[in-house]
Ligand binder design. Structure first.
Ligand code: GLU
Length: 449
């Protein structure tokens, strides 16, 4: 074993011992560490500084109680979190997730990924994440409002426009950001830049809603262009039906591809005629209903309840997992390979298990990890912050063009870095090495803090 290998193993087992019982977090670390080995081999100063071990320790984690009253007058309580992981490159930045699976492990893995994702955007933002195990499903608008208000009553003391800037994630969209912003304003006065993903009427950015999904597809398009092909005529499989999935499907269709599937936690839709994205938008954004109701308008489409969309056996070229972590196991990854999928680009964070990634690599698929491929959302969040500081609002075209440029740059950075380290088209390693180097060097230049 080389010295670097031993060093990485030592760090890995230290984290595993300290954070035993945090499987998602350990998974993110286990995916990350081996990929930076070739970089550490060439940069002994980074190993000598032990900055890696410092980086693996979150700067701060806040956990708090969120009491709220339901419509029947009962007192309820949930758990709130904010993980302020790394501020070497800028104020903490990252979304808030409201979902029953939220716990410290999930928050830490998301915040960890966010450090590198944010770095790849090239914009001055550090990494953080927050949320609650509150389940917004089937809650009334009033319950959502009361929960958001209570959540912000505590969170407000930990955030600020130049300190930590939350945004949305699963279960947190424009409505929730509105209620959170309202309470922050009541307590602290008007500070536009304290949250991103705001509605357009009060300091939101054009194209923020579309950004993660559009950015994902721009990333894939740049990869395909490099391989002398394009999205035109490609068969696409999408999971999820939230914000990321909806705008990924929309952009795929605009660029001439055909999207056949989408899903939610209850089941999936397979529409041979291509998914009607406008109808999905209506179901999810207006009616706030389940994806099963898709067939009300398209009785010929298939709805399969209780099964993963990745169990479908059919011809596909590209898979865009846009639902949630670990939705693709090794077994499901094998189905994707057998289906003929050549590109997997992650709209969700860590949707592929470690074993699934191995299957993709063994079969020479282009695997585009979330921290690179879905960085468009947070990138436009950072553009929203820039607009808020300028007291300006840019046009849709301007933001969209900037987003496309950022995604191209991320793709090229990952590709070129992988190439430099002799692992061509290993986008995961390229993403991890390029961003780790920048964050680690920034930390070293700031001293032991
Ligand atoms: N939740 C998104 C992500 O996973 C966006 C975060 C943001 O806009 O701050 O990157």
């Amino acid at each position: 074993m080389t010295k670097v290998n031993e060093y990485l193993k030592k760090i890995q087992s230290k984290v595993a011992a300290k954070d035993d019982g945090q499987p998602e977090y350990l998974q993110a670390i286990d995916e990350f560490l081996p990929t930076i080995e070739p970089f550490l081999e060439k940069n002994p100063d980074i190993v000598a500084s032990n900055v890696l071990e410092e980086l693996l320790e979150p700067e701060r984690i806040v956990q708090f109680r969120v009491p709220w009253q339901d419509d029947q007058g009962n007192w309820q309580v949930n758990r709130g979190f904010r993980v302020q992981y790394n501020s070497a490159l800028g104020p903490y930045k990252g979304g808030l997730r409201f979902h029953p699976t939220v716990n410290q492990s999930v928050m830490k893995f998301l915040a960890f990924e966010q450090i590198f994702k944010n770095c790849l955007t090239g914009l001055p933002i550090g990494g953080g994440k927050g949320g609650s195990d509150f389940d917004p499903k089937e809650k009334s608008d009033e319950e959502i409002m009361r929960f958001c208000q209570s959540f912000m009553m505590e969170l407000q003391r930990h955030i600020g426009a130049d300190m930590d800037i939350p945004a949305g994630d699963i279960g947190v969209g424009g409505r929730e950001i509105g209620y959170l912003f309202g309470m922050y304003k009541k307590l602290n006065g008007y500070q536009a830049g304290v949250l991103t993903g705001k509605p357009l009427a009060y300091w939101g950015s054009q194209a923020r809603t579309e950004a993660t999904g559009y950015g994902l597809v721009y990333f894939v398009e740049h990869l395909l262009q490099d391989k002398k092909t394009s999205l035109t005529g490609k068969k696409i499989q999408v999971s999820g039906s939230g914000n990321v999935a909806i705008y990924a499907m929309e952009k795929c269709q605009q660029l001439g591809a055909k999207v056949y599937t989408c899903s939610d936690s209850s089941g999936y839709i397979y529409d041979e005629n291509g998914i009607d994205v406008k109808w999905v938008k209506e179901i999810k954004e207006v009616r706030r209903a389940r994806i099963s109701t898709y067939v009300d308008k398209y009785p010929k489409a298939k709805y399969v309840s209780g099964q993963s969309v990745w169990t479908i056996k059919a011809d596909f070229d590209i898979a865009l997992p846009c639902a949630t972590q670990n939705e693709i196991s090794a077994e499901l990854a094998e189905i994707l390979v057998a289906n003929g999928v050549k590109v997997v680009a992650e709209g969700a964070n860590m949707p592929s298990s470690l074993a699934a990634v191995k299957v993709f690599e063994e079969n020479d698929l282009y695997y585009c990890p979330g921290k690179a491929a879905n960085a468009g959302g947070v990138a436009v969040s950072a553009l929203e912050m820039a607009q808020n500081s300028q007291r300006a609002q840019w046009s849709f075209e301007q933001v969209d063009e900037e987003l496309n440029k950022i995604m191209k740059n991320i793709y090229e950075t990952c590709r070129d870095t992988a190439y430099d380290y002799g692992i061509p088209m290993n986008i995961l390693a390229g993403a991890n090495i390029a961003s780790f180097e920048k964050v680690a060097r920034a930390m070293i230049s700031q001293g032991l803090v």
